[in-house]
Design a protein around this ligand. Structure first.
Ligand code: SAM
Length: 231
């Protein structure tokens, strides 16, 4: 269970109204039961229910059950697509251990707006579901060109480019932080592709001989990165 509250031995943790309603109204949890808690920075803790109010439950932190596990410094940059597919990307990127999720508007992006708060909640739910202790940060939509203007040259880019159709390529095994970059349904514009190809830190990669949908490409690329460079 994700809580927006510090966790530590003897710490009392108030639950939100929604969480109290769900746990004590819907799931019928009661005083004395133990739940696994995390807040994204203190690891996982076991919390005992000491007050089971349907609007104002309280847990008491007993002991740490998992140390904090920080994910690798990996970003997923993607152009938002239809709502359900964007939700899918955020959910899967969380499961795959991305540390930051950056939706971008590229030349051929069809989506002008995202609900950052909704996507952040999806990341929380996905982290709860996969037993993670970390919740990736979901950023507001920004322009890809602006993001590249201020690019930190220390961070390598895995530039997923379907025009390099092939059977898949090896990623250069460069240490340090990485970002996986996935284009929108219409792909990258020629100008974007030119710009990326000129950046020494951008490494064009094929994900195989077929054109994948952007949501599939995100999962495939994160898997490829994980197997080549993850720990
Ligand atoms: N431009 C394409 C078109 O309209 O035919 C489709 C783009 S694809 C649906 C969306 C994104 O997924 C691409 O921009 C790329 O980042 C990634 N992608 C899909 N298939 C890929 C492949 N075989 N290799 C590398 N990247 C791929």
């Amino acid at each position: 269970l994700y809580v927006n509250h510090p966790l530590g031995a003897g710490q009392s943790v108030p639950l939100s109204r929604e969480q109290s309603h769900y746990l004590f109204g819907v799931m019928r949890k009661g005083v004395g039961e133990v739940l696994e808690l995390f807040n994204g920075h203190d690891g996982e803790w076991l919390g005992r229910v000491v007050q089971a109010g349907k609007r104002n439950g309280i847990l008491l932190c007993e002991r740490q059950s998992k140390p904090m596990q920080l994910p690798p410094d990996l970003w997923l940059i993607f152009a938002p697509i239809k709502k359900a597919r964007t939700d899918f990307i955020v959910e899967k990127a969380t499961e795959m251990g991305a540390a930051q999720i950056l939706p971008v508007q590229s030349d051929f992006t069809n989506s002008e707006r995202i609900r950052q708060d909704r996507l952040q909640n999806h990341a929380v739910e996905a982290a709860e579901q996969c037993g993670g202790t970390y919740v990736p940060v979901v950023h507001e939509l920004q322009k890809l060109s602006k993001l590249l203007d201020g690019w930190d040259v220390q961070r390598q880019i895995m530039f997923c480019d379907e025009t390099r159709l092939g059977s898949g390529e090896a990623l250069p095994s460069l240490a340090g932080p990485w970002a996986v970059l996935i284009g929108p349904e219409g792909g990258f514009s020629p100008a974007e592709r030119r710009r990326l190809n000129e950046m020494p830190e951008a490494h064009g990669v094929s994900l195989g001989p077929r054109i994948l949908r952007a949501d599939t490409a995100a999962v495939a690329a994160l898997t490829l990165w994980q197997s080549a460079l993850g720990d």
